[in-house]
Design a protein around this ligand. Sequence first.
Ligand code: BGC
Length: 251
Amino acid sequence: MGRHGFGIDVGGSGVKGAVVDLDTGELASDRIKILTPQPATPAAIAETVVEITERAGWSGDVGITIPGVVTHGVVRTAANIAPEWINLDAKALFSEALGTSRAVTVVNDADAAGVAEVHFGAAHGHTGLVILLTFGTGIGSALIYNGVIIPNSEFGHMEVGGREAEHQAASSVRENRDLSYPEWAKKVSTVLNRFEDLLWPDLFIAGGGVSRKHEKWVPLLTARTPVVAAQLRNAAGIVGAAMAVDTGVRH
Ligand code: BGC
């Protein structure tokens, strides 16, 4: 039997967790999803995290993603979660909630997805600069150069045409404004063009929940750089979270 870990991906709309086969990058249990409590305060999320591990019957180490900057287990920004997260020691919070005998690792959600795609997905074996973007409530970014992640890049907040990228091209914008895929793809292309002008990537990987419907919008993008869908789709965050415990990715 392969090595197993447990990853939990805390998102703006759902908190998702599963057992992960660390040797193959596949989910080794059903994915458990609980709607993100509103407001998404640290106490409410900690409770949800505990509930997911209990429902899964998992008592081992846990990797957790947060949709914000995380340095050394401390959350530094909270664009799409409650402001109480800012400067909160999330590693300590979750350790206490889960029991201090377990290793707990907390990483940025897009970086976790990046780690998973490097090992098991679309960035595997890819040299040069790969930019993974997760399209969800916000836009997350992972910068990967020759297979190494540069953590905590925050390009969802890059200014494009005077406004933050995620305020015009996140998946939530498409949903809230009821945009068609062609209308939304135009906005995503504008954002990708800005990345191209500033960073000259070799490949874009499109992740987040909407990557499941990649055939509806990825072919419409007008970037000069190739764009592929995240191979692990939305499970990349869970897989990368579980791997972070093992690899020690920025915790
Ligand atoms: C946050 C990032 C996060 C992204 C996706 C942004 O608003 O600042 O840290 O990766 O949303 O959740």
